[in-house]
Design a protein around this ligand. Structure first.
Ligand SMILES: [Zn+2]
Length: 424
């Protein structure tokens, strides 16, 4: 039976390509969340025509939701002939802005040398298209399947997923008994099973000073210089400490196998976003946003206290140093067990289609698996998809058509294995 599914997937190559191109040409840029509704409706029309029960679900009043930029998600479900488990393929439909440096039209979906170019081809409309083709081929070859198959296209993954998977999870769409197994076709490479991700802590640090005339800075106290002392302390103490913390999680790429800290932004003084002449002022405030990625071996209290201890040290040692710190977001690391059913099913698929052992990896950054684990309490979830991880968010992003074909075969194999666990 799986041989027949594979042949069908091969025969759907041009359908797979045109589906991907169509999706790329809908510029679902986030922020602000453009064109979500037409993209969701496109997917809805396609799956409805294949007999799916389709729902459009707007993430009402989630961050960014408005009548101009509605957070429109699509969820499609097809019941099998007999009751059984449900497998769900979840893809985000939003993409990041194109940015500069493109030699292709970022929303053109141009095809060259077996690749499709465009923003979102890799992350992750190619994965979405591969999962749709996998499921369509599977149900054509085996309309007699047990259980149910779901496909969703969700919004806002690139900005935290609150109007997308988090919203749907809060409505029970990512929990048992409705759903048993979830595959997220994020671009982690076609021969890798992604078990989870590192943790994140975002925070804002503010240093304070005293306003004065810029010609007499000695009468004031410069908040930016205080922030400079924070950066110096981080360079001297915190970065070496983070570099010494290594994980046993199989994080890729290699550089992300340790704790990391990105200084996301620093803003001090006036004239932010103003291109006239500045006025002569000593800044009384400077704000820094930090993006700390942590390991499953670390706990979040320690992660935070490392930064707070550094600031407290400065408060003791540096004259007039005062600060505030504010949490913006935190996500705990998550890692699905290697013997979980969805991991086994996809691994089997990789062995069968590619005749090699899969690699097991952990993503350096988070994705929507966090909401499925934390809100849906569903842990049989992984990311598996065809794109090349390093191309995500880059100029001239592309997806290799052969990779989509191969990973669609793996997804169809996994679908059968999960819906008919005794048959393989
Ligand atoms: Zn993505």
């Amino acid at each position: 039976m799986l041989e027949a599914v594979n042949r069908r997937i091969d025969s759907k190559r041009s359908d797979l390509v045109s589906l991907t191109v169509d999706l790329v040409r809908i510029p679902t840029i986030n922020p602000p969340g453009d064109a979500y509704t037409p993209c969701a409706e496109y997917i809805a029309r396609r799956l409805k025509a294949r007999g799916f029960h389709v729902q459009l679900m707007r993430g009402e009043e989630t961050p960014g939701d408005s009548d101009r930029y509605p957070r429109t998600n699509v969820v499609a479900r097809l019941e099998g002939k007999r009751p059984g488990p449900t497998i769900h393929f979840n893809s985000h439909i939003d993409v990041v802005e194109a940015g500069s440096g493109w030699t292709f039209d970022p929303f053109g979906g141009e095809i060259r040398d077996g690749r499709i170019y465009g923003r979102g081809t890799c992350d992750m409309k190619g994965g979405l298209a591969a999962s749709i083709i996998a499921v369509e081929a599977y149900i054509e070859a085996n309309s007699n399947f047990d259980g149910a198959i779901e496909i969703s296209g969700t919004v806002d993954e690139e900005s935290g997923g609150f109007g997308g998977v988090a919203y749907l999870a809060s409505k029970g769409l990512f929990s048992k008994p409705r759903v048993d197994h979830v595959i997220i076709p994020e671009p982690l490479n076609k021969d890798r099973v992604c078990l989870g991700h590192r943790g994140v802590w975002w925070a804002e640090i503010e240093t304070f000073g005293t306003h004065a005339h810029g010609s007499m800075p000695f009468l004031g106290d410069c908040a930016v210089r205080h922030m400079g002392s924070v950066v110096t302390k981080m360079e001297e103490d915190l970065y070496p400490l983070l570099a010494s913390k290594r994980t046993d999680m199989p994080v890729v790429p290699e550089g992300a196998k340790q704790s990391t800290l990105n200084i996301n932004s620093v803003h001090g003084g006036e004239n932010e976003g103003f291109d006239g002449l500045p006025s002569a002022n000593v800044p009384d405030s400077c704000r820094m946003i930090i993006d700390r990625r942590f390991l499953i071996e670390e706990d979040i209290a320690t992660v935070k206290s490392e930064v707070i201890d550094l600031l407290e040290g400065l408060r003791k040692d540096r004259e007039n140093f005062s600060y505030a710190i504010r949490d913006i977001m935190e996500v705990l690391p998550t890692m699905t067990d290697r013997d979980a059913p969805v991991v086994q099913a996809v691994s089997d698929g990789i062995r069968s289609v590619m005749e090699r052992e899969p690699d097991y990896v952990i993503s350096p950054g988070t994705y929507d698996q966090k909401h499925i684990a934390r809100i849906g309490h569903l842990h049989d979830c992984i990311a598996y998809g065809p794109g090349i991880l390093d191309l995500a968010h880059m100029a001239d992003e592309f997806i290799v058509i052969d990779d989509m074909i191969e990973s669609a075969k793996v997804m169809a194999h996994a679908t059968h294995a999960l819906l008919h666990p005794l048959s393989l």
